[in-house]
Write a protein that binds this ligand. Structure first.
Ligand code: PGA
Length: 247
């Protein structure tokens, strides 16, 4: 049985005042069935982990460097995130692939670092609109999966998030058939490499909101969501969490 996961990605949003949203979420959902994760900007990881201690919300980073330490100004290592109280780290988000030119090989190296530090890696994959229109979706997803997920991955330390680039922050979502096609494909591809492929959580991400969460969570091989905009407010993210618990 896979434990469902509601993951929030705050991206470059939030200051110390936003920590009240985490307290409100924990108060409204003290014992959810699903696992709950919020990945705030790096500046808030330690404070949020402190505030969330003992409650249902786990805290993650949004990126890490592939090395443990060294001369890499502005970067943060997986061990540092762990030290700050993080349990997870998002890797290979399409905004990092686009804004920072991250390749599959770099994402894989970061994932190896995350696993070595004892973090759960949430590895993101997704096609652009042009790739979907050209009928290349499964080919792109397959090669990103093969290139980004390290050999050391296992159900206990790795989560895969399918996030079509054209659905992120746009209010547009794929059809449920398109989501299940990709998620079923991911499950089958994982089975070729990993003995415990059935245990890997597969998240859908891209314009998930309270109004569409229930139908997305009823889709085959969807084990939760990676939520951007709608994770910033406890009321919205709480509604998504409630839909996941009910699925
Ligand atoms: P969105 O972002 O929910 O705002 O579309 C999702 C993501 O980028 O993880």
């Amino acid at each position: 049985m896979r434990r469902k996961l509601a993951a929030g990605n705050w991206k470059m949003n939030g200051t110390a005042a936003s920590l009240s949203e985490v307290e409100a979420l924990a108060k409204a959902h003290p014992a959810p069935k699903s696992e709950v994760l919020i990945c705030p900007p790096a500046t808030l990881v330690a404070q949020m982990a402190w505030k969330a201690k003992g409650g249902p919300v786990r805290v993650g980073g949004q990126d890490c460097h592939a090395k443990v330490s060294g001369a890499h100004t502005g970067d943060i290592s997986a061990a540092m995130l762990k030290d700050a109280g993080a349990s997870h780290v998002i890797l290979g988000h399409s905004e990092r692939r686009a804004d920072h030119g991250e390749t599959d090989a770099e994402v894989r190296a970061k994932a190896e670092a995350a696993l070595a530090a004892g973090l759960v890696a949430v590895i993101c994959l997704g096609e652009t609109e042009a790739e979907r229109d050209a009928g290349k979706t499964l080919g792109i997803i397959g090669s990103q999966l093969a290139g980004s997920v390290p050999e050391g991955a296992a159900a206990a330390n790795t989560v895969i998030a399918y996030e079509p680039v054209w659905a992120i922050g746009t209010g547009r979502t794929p059809t449920l058939e398109q989501i299940s096609e990709v998620h079923d494909f991911l499950r089958a591809e994982l089975a070729k490499r990993f003995a415990d492929s059935d245990g890997f959580r597969l998240l859908y991400g891209g314009s998930v909101k309270p109004s569409n969460a229930a139908e997305i969570f009823a889709t085959s091989n969807v084990d939760g969501a990676l939520v951007g905009g709608a994770s910033l407010k406890a009321a919205d993210f709480g509604a998504i969490l409630a839909a996941l618990d009910a699925a």
